[in-house]
Structure formats: C-alpha cells, structure tokens
Design a binder for this molecule. Structure first.
Ligand code: HEM
Ligand SMILES: *[C@@H]1O[C@H](CO)[C@@H](O)[C@H](O)[C@H]1NC(C)=O
Ligand SMILES: *[C@@H]1O[C@H](CO)[C@@H](O)[C@H](O)[C@H]1NC(C)=O
Ligand SMILES: *[C@@H]1O[C@H](CO)[C@@H](O)[C@H](O)[C@H]1NC(C)=O
Ligand SMILES: *[C@@H]1O[C@H](CO)[C@@H](O)[C@H](O)[C@H]1NC(C)=O
Ligand SMILES: *[C@@H]1O[C@H](CO)[C@@H](O)[C@H](O)[C@H]1NC(C)=O
Length: 325
C-alpha cells in the first residue's frame, strides 16, 4: 500500500471503520435475473443526456446526495408534493436541485423492458455514478443494488438534515456522522464541488458583509475575493451563478482541493474544511487526483448505503414521482 493511501486508511479505521452496515444489505448485480439490461440502460441514457447538457452531471450527483441525506437513499426526493403533503422537493427549489427529468426518462425505458422490477432509488444511485463517469468513459465505482423506494417525503426534513453552505466544520462533521460517514468521507465527498455551480446570493455575505460591518471574510483569498466581487456586484442578482471550482467546473478532478489550499473555497462549508487540522491534512492528500478518485468512489459507495430500504421494506414505484396506489 502506498504511504498516503495507508495514512487515509488508518484514519478511516480510526473513525468509523471501512465497512458500512447498511451497504451489506445490497449486492452487486442484484437485477441480473429480473432486469439484466438495467445498468446498460441507465448508463446509455445518462451518458447521452450529460453529453447534450454537461450541467446535468452536477445536478444528478447532487440529487443523489440530497436523497441519501434525507431518510436515506430511498428516492424520497423524487416524490412530487400532493395536496396533503409538501415533499422534500418543495424545500429544495432554492437549492436549485435538478435532473428529475433524466430519472423520469430512464424509469420510463426501464419499465418498458422490465416492468415493476427496478427501484427509483437504484436508478438514481446508478445515474449519479454514470453522470460523473461519463467524462472518464468508464464506470468510476461499483454500485451495489437492491434498494427499495420509500413512501414518505417531508419538506421540513430536507431543511433540517442537509448541511448548510454556511455551516462550520463541527456542524458539518456532526451531520455526516449522523449518516455514518466519517471525516475522510466529509472531505472526500465535498470534492463533488469540483463540478457545478452556486449562486452569488450564497456567497454575498462573505464578499460584502461578513461580520455585519461591510467587510470581506478574512479567510477568503483577497485576489479571489476581488474577482468574486466583480462577478457578483452589489446589489446581488439572484440568478447569477458562480463555478464552485474556479475555471474547472466541468472537469471532475482534484483541482477543488488545490483551490481550498489557496483559500479559494467558495462556500463557507468548503472553506471550513481547512479550519480543522486533521481535515486540512486530508485536503492536502486529496490534491493527488489518484487518491481523490479512489476515495471518492469508496465514499460514494458508503453514502449510497445510507439507511437503505431492502427486501420487504418500501416498494418499487411505478412512477418515480408518486407512491404506488
Ligand atoms: C459538506 C456538505 C455540503 C454542503 C454544505 C453543500 C452545499 C451546497 C450548496 C450551498 C450548493 C450550491 C447550491 C446553489 O447555489 O444553488 C451546492 C452545490 C453542489 N453540491 Fe453540495 N454541499 C455539500 C456536500 C455535497 C455532497 C456530499 C455532494 C455530492 C456527493 C454535493 C454535490 C454538489 C454538486 C454537484 C453541486 C453543484 C450543483 C449544480 O451545479 O447544479 N455536495 N452544495
Ligand atoms: C387529503 O386530505 C383530505 C382531508 O383530510 C382527505 O379527504 C383526502 O383523502 C386526502 N387525500 C390524499 C391523497 O391523501
Ligand atoms: C426561497 O426563494 C423564495 C423566492 O426566491 C424566497 O421568497 C424564500 O424566502 C426562499 N426561502 C429560503 C428558505 O431561502
Ligand atoms: C458551529 O456552528 C454551530 C451552529 O451554528 C455553533 O453552535 C457552534 O458553536 C459553532 N462551532 C464553532 C467551533 O464555531
Ligand atoms: C450587513 O449586516 C448587518 C447585520 O447583519 C445588517 O444590519 C446590514 O443591513 C447589512 N448591510 C448590508 C449592506 O446588507
Ligand atoms: C439578472 O441576471 C439575469 C441573467 O443573467 C438577467 O437576465 C437579468 O436581467 C438580471 N437582472 C438584473 C436586475 O440585473
């Protein structure tokens, strides 16, 4: 084992261990009899959608993360609100989550080929993997399957369980630990911000009014702060977006970690990762793209196992947007 890999391995074992109880309930090629072509279908549709619209890679990855952190990876995020219930989705528009139509397209095709066999939760997990993998032309990590779909989706749970972009290090780590994820997972998975965008509204405070005195966040790289103030002039336009990983937001690489080390983490939660000494050390290790990609796949697998429903739990939805009648 290479020394850095060994180092991270030790940290993981120290914190929560390398095995994840929930993941053990899932298995590779769960659908090999009931729907042998499902993984191929998900990959083909996801790759063609991402090829046509590269912003979808970030959207699908984020959709899966938001699903898993709220009630586990049970596709509850996909449920539309009903007259009696506002679902997780309604809490999320401000967080600009998207990619739902891709999941609908995949589900439609999968239902044609093998009706009522494949859960929406598995489709979303596979699609997130494939969306990131498109750039590499091969699957970047394994996705065990066998998840079932939940029947409950509650807006307030999304607000309470998803970490805020303003959260400090201890809050972030606490919220990850609530999901059986450790400090290595926190740093590694934050590396998802190597792709995608955020809004000026979420960064404005760091640029214009950090402590309420019209000041800039002193932890932000001053040159970067100047550039950001030009991109996000005051008063803030709510629709203006910014690359989370400057100049590299379509490339899934370890540049995000280099940016963190130059104090160019855009969200408060990104910047927070260098405020703790162990976390900062992990950020340094993740600058190596081989280490980052290997660990990202490992942490995605763990995240994909959060509180999954299996066996007789939950259901296989016919339509990912509504629970079965
Ligand atoms: C560590 C805690 C995290 C916080 C506080 C956080 C917060 C945020 C925020 C505030 C945005 C920008 C939303 C907007 O302006 O519209 C964002 C974007 C994004 N997040 Fe995170 N996030 C976290 C972890 C993750 C994880 C674990 C993943 C996936 C594995 C992820 C994937 C993404 C992606 C891909 C985007 C860009 C979305 C797009 O371009 O459409 N995030 N995140
Ligand atoms: C919604 O609530 C009303 C009144 O409580 C009830 O009559 C109706 O059946 C509910 N609809 C659904 C879809 O649960
Ligand atoms: C969400 O956005 C709407 C309209 O832009 C705004 O009125 C509302 O206060 C926002 N909610 C949160 C929680 O930020
Ligand atoms: C982190 O944020 C939480 C919630 O806002 C706060 O209670 C806590 O004191 C903060 N921790 C540190 C070390 O600043
Ligand atoms: C800056 O923050 C303070 C305290 O939160 C607030 O009273 C003030 O209106 C803010 N100024 C601007 C320009 O947003
Ligand atoms: C905000 O930005 C959008 C998109 O870039 C633009 O269409 C709109 O005119 C802007 N609004 C203001 C008030 O500048």
């Amino acid at each position: 084992m290479k020394p850095i890999i060994f180092f991270l391995f030790i940290i993981s074992v120290m914190f929560l261990g390398i095995c994840n109880a929930d993941n053990k309930k899932l298995k590779m090629n769960y659908y090999h009899k009931s729907c042998p072509s499902v993984e191929k279908i998900v990959k083909e549709i996801t790759w063609s959608k991402v090829a046509a619209d590269p912003t979808l890679a970030a959207k699908l990855l984020r959709l899966h993360y938001h699903d898993c952190f709220v009630r586990g990876c049970d596709a509850s995020i996909l449920l539309d609100s009903t007259p009696n219930n506002s679902g997780e989705k309604t809490a999320l528009p401000n967080r600009s989550v998207g990619g739902y139509e891709v999941i609908d397209d995949i589900k439609k095709k999968v239902e044609q080929v093998c009706p009522h066999q494949v859960s929406c939760a598995d489709i979303l997990t596979l699609a997130a993997r494939d969306a990131v993998s498109y750039q590499f032309g091969r699957s970047m990590w394994q996705v065990p399957t066998g998840r079932k779909d939940g029947r409950v989706s509650i807006a307030s749970e999304a607000l309470n369980n998803l970490p805020s972009g303003f959260a400090n290090f201890s809050t972030l780590l606490g919220q990850f630990e609530d999901n059986n994820l450790d400090i290595v997972d926190l740093v590694t998975l934050s590396g998802a911000h190597t792709i995608g965008v955020t809004h000026c509204t979420l960064v404005a405070r760091r640029l214009y009014n950090f402590t309420g005195k019209g000041d800039v966040d002193p932890s932000l790289n001053p040159n970067y702060a100047t550039a950001l103030r030009k991109l996000c002039p005051n008063p803030i336009n709510r629709s203006t977006i910014l690359e989370l990983d400057p100049k590299s937001s379509f490339s899934f690489d370890s540049h995000y970690f280099e940016a963190l080390n130059q104090h160019m983490g855009l969200l408060g939660s990104d910047a927070a990762l260098v405020t703790n000494s162990l976390s900062a050390l992990i950020v340094k290790k993740m600058q190596n793209p081989h280490v980052f990609l290997a660990y990202f796949g490992r942490s995605m697998k763990k995240m994909g196992g959060i509180r999954v429903l299996v066996g007789g739990e939950g259901e296989i939805r016919k339509n990912c947007r509504v629970v079965n009648a």
